[in-house]
Design a protein around this ligand. Structure first.
Ligand code: GLN
Length: 241
């Protein structure tokens, strides 16, 4: 692993302020899917009391309300460990408010413009109505073959610049709300999406994509979990109705 030990270290970044939608579950899924394959894994929680380490193997950040999102932005600018980790290719998963924080700037619902940390080439402005409901997408990121499912709850609309590509095409729901029917953004090893769920609980293929990158491997032992497949089918069918 990045620190030379045999333990996969998963950074759960600022769950104290970016934990509103249960996205911390993404870190649990990564740890569990690693452990079920016999790989040692632990979650390192990075709170507003901690500097952000640049040495972890994979990072996840969750959604939040506008004010909490501002606190997170300030912290990530003050301690640029996440930016350094992404520069060396560490995988980063950013959900909803986090996709906005990782962009160049976002405007809050109150109309304030907040400078982001510019890891993704995008900007976000508030839209008239909130997007709330199920979101289903067809991934365009190479390596992903299965539809993505989750729920969205945001007012921000996100416009991608040329350095970021979408994660997926929207089948049901809203996603980025700007730039056509697309969701999310990808730059290098950084993936952003509006999918809550948690996204990795609903989408094992995406979880394994991050694990492969973190472990530096193309292959992981299959992990058949029929209950999850069944739940995915039900949710995708319901969302398309
Ligand atoms: N506050 C942001 C918005 O409404 C993000 C919300 C979220 O993370 N779910 O766009």
């Amino acid at each position: 692993m990045a620190d030379g030990t045999s333990t996969l270290r998963i950074g759960l970044v600022l769950p104290d302020v970016m934990g509103t939608y249960g996205d911390g579950g993404n870190a649990l899924v990564l740890r569990q899917r690693a452990r079920m394959r016999g790989i040692d894994a632990e979650i390192i929680e990075i709170t507003l009391d901690d500097p952000v380490p640049d040495s972890l193997d994979v990072y996840t950040l969750g959604g939040a309300e506008d004010y909490a999102q501002r606190l997170a932005t300030r912290h990530l600018l003050r301690y640029p460990g996440l930016q350094k980790a992404a520069e060396r290719g560490a995988p980063v998963l950013a959900i909803c408010a986090a996709i906005q924080v990782l962009g160049h700037w976002y405007e809050t619902s109150a109309g304030d413009r907040v400078e982001g940390i510019s890891m993704l080439d995008l900007t976000t402005t508030p839209q008239g109505v909130r997007s709330i409901g199920e979101l289903v997408t067809n991934p365009t990121l190479p390596g992903l073959t299965q539809q993505l499912t989750g729920f969205e709850n945001h007012r921000g609309g996100t416009t991608l610049g040329t350095e970021s590509t979408p994660l997926a095409r929207v089948v049901a729901g809203d996603g980025n709300r700007e730039g056509g029917r697309i969701d999310g953004a990808v730059t290098g090893s950084v993936i952003g999406t509006y999918l809550h769920g948690p996204a990795l609980a609903r989408n094992p293929e995406l979880a394994d994509h991050l694990l492969k990158q973190a472990l530096g491997t193309d292959e992981l032992a299959p992990l058949p979990l029929p209950e999850i497949d069944q739940l995915r089918r039900e949710r995708i069918t319901a969302a398309k109705r």
